[in-house]
Design a protein around this ligand. Sequence first.
Ligand SMILES: [Zn+2]
Length: 527
Amino acid sequence: MALYLYNTLTRAKDEFRPIDPKNVKLYCCGPTVYNFAHIGNLRTYIFEDLLRRTLARAGLGLTHVMNVTDVGHLQSDADEGEDKMALASKREQKSPWEIAKFYEEAFFADCRKLGILKPHIVCRATEHIKEMEDMIGCLEKKGVAYKAGGNQPNIYFDTSKFPSYTDFARLPAADLAQGRVEADENKRNPTDFVLWFTLHGSKYPNQIMKWASPWGEGFPGWHIECSAMATKYLGEHIDIHCGGIDHVNVHHTNEIAQSEACLGHKWVNYWLHGAFLELDDGKMSKSKGEFLTLQKVIDEGYSPMHYRYLCLTAHYRGPLKFSWESLDAARSAYDTLCHKADEWRAAAPGTAPVSPTAKTVIAKLDAAMQDDLNSPVALSVLWEALRNDALSVADKLAILDAADSALGLGGATLSRPELSPELQTVLAARDKARHEKNWKAADVYRAYLTSVGISLKDRPEGSSWYVSPIPARTPEQKKTEAIAAYDTLTENGFSLPQDGSSNLLKIIDGEEMAEPSSPVCYADKKG
Ligand SMILES: [Zn+2]
């Protein structure tokens, strides 16, 4: 089965032909670790995760490399403003090294929660200064870098010496230059960019992250890190390079110029770019101040996988509008999937061989992903199969497993969390009350379960439960519900744990209610 990927280089869906099928070389631009990732950033890493899974399912081996930018990324992508790390360091009164460590850990924690596989190699800019110096030295030797600006000049890349500079963005140089920089009189051409910032005589005299270099003490520009580290870990020819769509005109254009000027040949065969996540008021951006983090989504009562599922419902190259309503719809679909998975696992005795029909469905699902990572079509193939009564439970489970491997639906955790013993007691009490047609008691239990984020669906054969948003209530309302549930429980002979773990007793005692700690289907695999 052929794999097609939309290549920004050719502006076409190209058949993917790896340089070495046993080791596809994949480089993805990583985060600048000066703040939490916003969920728009995370959408890009979900798309890259889908790419990695699709390559693997197509039988290709791969090395996935991602950088972590912990120095040199200025407020604007084009050499303007302050170093983002230095700004964060001032904002939080911590050293830039502490800032970098904290936000790098936070970033990978977000990725784990979203079921994003960790790259095989993660490389930090601050640990590859030597490689960057070597590449800058190479560019100097080739005559495409120059020094400019006072006694201790910066080193710039001369874009006029790289004739195909505008090819990638397909924009005239004047358009590329527009909006890039405040006039930097040291630049020979408006599109030139800094390879190395020196401190003395520059606008960064207080930079904390700095290194001695052949050009004086300073720090590297942002773009050079990706060229230097990608080449170090993946060699001179790379199969695929990914990033957000905003990287095309500046960052990736500059990466190509540096790498190809130094190497003397084509560097990357396929460039893939993910579209933005949009809010009602436009592109989601940290520069606007308030931004949505994954933690905020979790705090609103959603699981990270609900957000991942939402991302899967749109093609990675198309814009995705974020709203809480669309996240609600994703939650409902994802939770139904988890619930079905649970039911089928309980019903399927052991493993059964996969039928030819199920194999056909799985092939269709893979075909969708191999058609430029068409996850919305893959999801529709999945749902159509799951609703097909002609398929056995074992087949449905096999299809779900395949979809999980292709789309990253939460793996072995694609099922509901364990209920606490207390909630199990309440649930059993409610079932008993329903059986005895004690509707008043059943309603009290339901109200309490709803209040801790468990909603119920009653069926003739018994009731099922789902994790759902916790309704906003006053502490008084919470307490009234808890007392009613407690009274009903004890009147019916059920006892609650007295070891301090009981939510009911905590609420009755006026302590703040402990919310369910782990959202449904929460993927948090290590590594
Ligand atoms: Zn990059």
